[in-house]
Design a protein around this ligand. Structure first.
Ligand SMILES: Nc1ncnc2c1ncn2[C@@H]1O[C@H](COP(=O)(O)OP(=O)(O)OP(=O)(O)O)[C@@H](O)[C@H]1O
Ligand SMILES: [Mg+2]
Length: 168
């Protein structure tokens, strides 16, 4: 599934639409280069959950926790991690046990340490300065089962719904 946005606000709105589908224990990996819009996604996502605090980049803190919303939100940025051992120190598994929702910026770089079930969203720059392309991939059954629901909420931004992939 591929979606496109033409402003940071549109990326935040798209993220809020994804957050409508989220359940306790969900993990979302945000992939993409510096400035692609991963933190912007986290901001719109958190706002939909009801987080009122400003969501900022956790590049130096590695993990930020927001408890004010309808589910606890953990926002990780693993850009600065140099080894998978350091990922173990984050206690990712314990976080997931709490029934929180976890967003992981640069999560694709720690694939070996991730659970087997997550939604990966890859953000890339588009043609114009404010254009972004977001590619959605469900890994495992949790998000696989929500594929149609995801296509529905992403409707306004979809470039292709991936129907050719044969989901019935
Ligand atoms: N369509 C868009 N979607 C998201 N961000 C956009 C868009 N158009 C422009 N921007 C700008 O791109 C920047 C995205 O920054 P953001 O911090 O979200 O990126 P990031 O992927 O988290 O980067 P980093 O890897 O450094 O954490 C912001 O300055 C934002 O205003
Ligand atoms: Mg960021």
């Amino acid at each position: 599934m591929i979606a496109a946005t033409s402003s940071v606000d549109a990326t935040r709105e798209l993220a809020a639409a994804v957050a409508e589908l989220v359940r306790p224990g969900d993990v979302i990996v945000l992939a993409g280069d510096l400035g692609a819009g991963k933190t912007a996604f986290a901001q719109g996502f958190g706002a939909c959950l009801g987080v009122e605090e400003p969501i900022t980049s956790p590049t130096f803190t590695l993990v930020s926790q927001y408890r004010g919303g309808r589910l606890p939100l953990y926002h990780l940025d693993v850009y600065r991690l140099e080894a998978l051992d350091e990922v173990a120190d984050l206690g990712l598994v314990e976080l997931l046990d709490e029934g929180a929702v976890t967003l992981i910026e640069w999560g694709d770089t720690i694939a070996a340490a991730l659970p087997t079930d997550f939604l990966e969203i890859s953000l890339t720059l588009g043609d114009g300065d404010d254009d972004r392309v977001l590619t959605f991939a469900s890994v495992g059954p949790r998000w696989g089962a929500r594929r149609r629901a995801l296509a529905t909420v992403l409707g306004p931004w979809l470039v292709t719904d991936g129907a050719e992939e044969g989901t019935c």
